[in-house]
Design a protein around this ligand. Structure first.
Ligand SMILES: [Zn+2]
Length: 78
């Protein structure tokens, strides 16, 4: 088949991995993530991440959450 309509092609904004899905219930489709990030200036940035990059991103978020929680709790002492 030379032509295929109504498919989805994903490309990770970080590692540039390309993936082709014929249907949205294909294996692996739900492992791709649209994330929204606000930078220090409050600007919103949208990214598409593959499963591997999303896992690393979540770990970075957890580290940032822990740092933020610690910083918030120690405000009265400084
Ligand atoms: Zn990736």
């Amino acid at each position: 088949m030379a032509r295929k309509d109504n498919c989805t092609i994903m490309q990770c904004d970080r590692c540039q991995t390309l993936k082709y899905f014929e249907k949205q219930d294909d294996h692996g489709f739900k492992e791709w993530w649209n994330i929204v990030r606000f930078d220090a200036d409050g600007s919103q940035h949208d990214y598409l991440l593959c499963a591997r990059c999303h896992e690393q991103y979540v770990n970075k978020l957890k580290d940032a959450d822990n740092e933020f929680d610690s910083w918030m709790k120690n405000g009265a002492q400084s």
